[in-house]
Ligand binder design. Structure first.
Ligand SMILES: Cc1cc2nc3c(=O)[nH]c(=O)nc-3n(C[C@H](O)[C@H](O)[C@H](O)COP(=O)(O)OP(=O)(O)OC[C@H]3O[C@@H](n4cnc5c(N)ncnc54)[C@H](O)[C@@H]3O)c2cc1C
Length: 429
């Protein structure tokens, strides 16, 4: 176990854990003692890769860094039993040794499995659900110290509640996660005008296993990325350097921000020089990459029929009012699922994500795009920055009140409630 104020800070460098106790229990008994201790809010922490203050303002942070690795594999059912603190990249590498893989991944693989699933972390693909939907069962330590094992076959309703929990139901210690055979993907990247991306996106999502595009602000151009299953042998293609590209976009903003036509011209020239990738490799090697330039992010998951119009409107607002924005706007699609707090509950959603460089501030951008995304029926990513409280969230999630009832039953004293969760669930403190 560790002591007070051990210097924890989230990836985005927004929420230093000053004065907070950071504990790293090595077994369930120690975890039970920490939860039972007479302190203020206790929050489980994974890799600290959330942009929203889900794990800030706690008296105690419980790290699951001692809970790592694969415990067992049921090949017949296609389920790996994994410990909750395992990082995604640790699991994908270990599964590969067993000839297995995650069905899908998001942009990075630095998160813990419990942290990623607690916020419905997703990648892209019309038939590919978010990571939380792959949970077939889990084990969770509740506020009263009791351990609950949830098996999706025996208790599908309870599992639907616990898959996306924001750490509000207790501390997940173990997850039964659905996996697939190891497989290779063919990756292609290319650029195209925004108008073409908007008119062809639905077809491209239908055609490719994974498809996404990034709109480059102030350019009218997008970078498109597709991944498809292949038996071809691995081959490396020319690789774009995401961090260097972001650096170039910032330079164009700094030097040419006030001459928009020139900025547009320079970005297009840079895009033309960005290598078109054509590569084959195992899915975990291609889907996730490193992100080394800190940023802030807001992402909304929108109904498929309103999303692209909302994107167009958001782009127009950003280009009229936010000359400082240079990070690409990311657009993905995820299959629906039935978890109570999943933003994808009830059907496929298209996700639109806007980013600010960490030194620029994010409040203005967020305040301008949120009304557009909300009017289009969007639901915010739980792990990214949003300004919604209980009233609005309850209107967006049919099972919100049901989840909160369970939360209050399992945690009547609000041991797992910090300031952010108090806003989300309307808890007065
Ligand atoms: C650079 C970057 C890229 C990203 N890319 C994507 C992306 O492509 N797609 C996407 O959807 N999201 C993305 N995210 C968001 C990220 O996946 C989520 O915010 C995710 O929840 C972070 O996981 P974590 O392990 O860091 O958890 P943390 O941020 O540490 O915690 C997140 C939540 O999980 C809870 N939690 C953690 N461990 C446990 C546990 N053992 N039991 C119960 N609750 C627990 C915490 O209490 C908290 O509520 C990205 C974030 C960053 C910084």
């Amino acid at each position: 176990m560790a002591g007070r104020d051990a210097g924890w800070i989230d990836w985005g460098r927004q929420y230093p854990a000053a004065g907070c106790r950071i504990e790293t229990p090595s077994n369930v008994e120690e975890m039970r003692e920490i939860v039972a201790a007479d302190h203020g809010p206790v929050r489980a922490v994974g890799a600290g890769h959330s942009f929203s203050p889900l794990v800030a303002d706690a008296e105690t942070l419980v790290s699951l860094d001692s809970f790592k690795g694969i415990e067992a594999i049921d090949r017949e059912k296609g389920i790996a039993r994994v410990r909750a603190g395992s990082r995604l990249h640790e699991l994908t590498a270990a599964l590969h040794e067993e000839g297995l893989a995650f069905r899908n991944l998001g942009d990075i693989d630095a998160q813990s499995i419990a942290g990623a699933t607690a916020t419905a972390t997703h990648g892209t693909g019309v038939s590919l659900p978010c990571l939380s939907a792959e949970i077939a069962g889990l084990e969770i330590l509740r506020a009263d110290g009791s351990m609950v094992e949830i098996d999706g076959e025996r208790d599908p309703d309870l599992l639907a509640a616990a898959r996306v929990s924001l750490g509000a139901l207790g501390i997940v210690t173990r997850i039964d996660f659905r996996v697939v055979e190891a497989h290779r993907l063919h990756r292609r990247t290319w650029s195209m005008p925004l108008a073409e991306a908007l008119s062809s996106a639905q077809d491209l999502w239908r055609t490719h296993r994974n498809f996404e595009f990034y709109y480059i602000p102030f350019s009218d151009y997008c970078l498109a990325i597709s991944h498809d299953l292949t038996d071809e042998a691995p081959r490396a293609g020319p690789k774009g350097d995401d961090d260097a590209a972001v650096h170039d976009l910032r330079r164009a903003r700094d030097l040419l921000g006030w001459w928009r036509w020139l900025r547009r011209l320079v970005i297009r020239r840079e895009l033309a020089r960005f290598p078109e990738e054509d590569a084959v490799d195992y899915n975990w090697k291609l889907l996730a990459s490193e992100r080394n330039v800190p940023f802030r992010e807001t992402e909304y998951h929108l109904p498929v029929d309103t999303a692209l119009d909302a994107l167009k409107e958001a782009v127009a607002i950003i280009e009229a009012r936010c000359p400082e924005v240079f990070f690409p706007i990311e657009v993905r699609q995820t299959a629906g699922d039935d978890s109570w707090l999943s933003p994808f509950q009830g059907g496929n959603r298209i996700s639109v994500a806007v980013h600010s460089w960490w030194k620029d501030g994010h409040a203005v951008l967020q305040s301008l795009v949120e009304p557009v995304f909300l009017a289009a029926g969007g639901r915010p990513h739980w792990g990214k920055m949003h300004g919604l409280g209980r009233e609005k969230l309850e209107a967006l999630y049919p099972d919100f009140a049901r989840f909160d009832e369970l939360r209050r039953e399992w945690d009547p004293q609000g041991r797992f409630v910090n300031d952010h969760l108090a806003t989300i669930f309307g808890v007065s403190r």
